[in-house]
Design a protein around this ligand. Structure first.
Ligand SMILES: Nc1ncnc2c1ncn2[C@@H]1O[C@H](COP(=O)(O)OP(=O)(O)OP(=O)(O)O)[C@@H](O)[C@H]1O
Length: 298
């Protein structure tokens, strides 16, 4: 199985007269795990719904594997979007939901779904409406994994799941992806948890595309420096620091912008540890910057 390329060209989506997305042009390459980030209301769910053909564009177009899914029904079944609300039959038992998935989703692996249901401690005899919030999310995640759609998108699928359940989901996602690569999009506010999973990062801000880049390129846009607080402060006094964390007398500062090799060598010589930039710090910095820029221009 292989994933499909997902492309948006100058995409706009409106709710009535209110635009929720505009001018979105981006390409998500096949067989990769893509992260989709954005503040509340940035347009993530709207974008994913449009990519899954659940909401029609008001401008521009979407191409899945080079074709417009709104004109090619065959493509719709290649795309699976799992939303927080869960696209399940709420008043039918999980077992019946699996029957329905087998009919509706051409690559659905029931055996695999049942194994995951056991692993997550769910009861096949229960109905989704009788599950706790975290259990319902886990059931949605299981459907998304077992659907094995060439384009699989998870929108905040972790909501309500406890730490162990989230870890199980991440581990299973990686194992599945390694065995059956496909195009995966993960939208989440738990940035530090998905950081190591995603190969590209797309950030939406106020309905527009802020960036869509390789994770490695983003990480290269800065560094963390860790050591005694006074040494870190002295070293970073002339640098753009976008985040700090303290643990007792130890401070970690995240510096944005290019720290050249000579600076990094000097930092190490002063006893500082040099590490990669946390995606969360970059996200907060870039979103705040976009917010300030938009405010200045009004
Ligand atoms: N059904 C709807 N009717 C009208 N406006 C909507 C509807 N759904 C979303 N919107 C608006 O569209 C914009 C984008 O919402 P969307 O749900 O896509 O954001 P999001 O990035 O997924 O947010 P969150 O992280 O809070 O889930 C928001 O301004 C929101 O108010």
């Amino acid at each position: 199985m292989t994933g499909l390329t997902v492309r948006a060209e100058d995409l706009g989506v409106s709710y009535g007269a209110d635009p929720a997305l505009s001018g979105i042009t981006l390409e998500l390459e096949p067989n990769r795990i893509h992260g989709l980030l954005g503040r509340n209301g940035a347009g993530k769910t709207t974008l994913l719904s449009a990519l899954a053909s659940l909401r029609a564009p008001s401008a521009g177009r979407i191409l899945i594997d080079g074709a417009d899914p709104f004109e090619d029904e065959r493509l719709m079944e290649q795309v699976c979007l799992i939303r927080e609300s869960g696209d399940v039959l709420a008043d039918e038992k999980l077992r019946t939901n699996l029957d329905w998935c087998e009919l509706a989703r051409p690559r659905f692996d029931r055996e695999y779904a049942e194994r995951l249901i056991e692993q997550f401690g769910l009861d096949l005899r229960k109905k989704p409406q009788a599950l706790s919030r975290g259990q319902a999310s886990a059931f949605g995640a299981i459907i998304g994994l077992a659907a094995r759609a060439p384009v699989t998108m998870f929108d905040e699928v972790h909501l309500g799941m406890d730490a162990q359940a989230r870890q199980m989901f991440y581990d299973e996602l990686l194992a599945e992806f390694a065995e059956r690569p496909r195009t995966i999009v993960l939208s989440s506010h738990l940035i530090s948890e998905i950081e190591h999973l995603v190969e590209t990062v797309t950030i939406l801000h106020a309905g527009a595309l802020l960036l869509s880049e390789e994770s490695d390129d983003l990480h290269a846009q800065g560094a963390t420096l860790t050591g005694p607080a006074e040494v870190v402060d002295r070293f970073t006094s002339t640098q753009p620091v976008i985040g700090t964390r303290d643990l007792g007398p130890t401070r970690q500062a995240t510096v944005f912008g290019s720290l050249d090799e000579a600076m990094l060598t000097r930092a190490r010589a002063e006893g500082l540890q040099v590490g990669p930039v946390p995606l969360q710090d970059l996200f907060i910095h870039l979103s705040n910057h976009a917010h300030d820029t938009a405010k200045e221009s009004t």
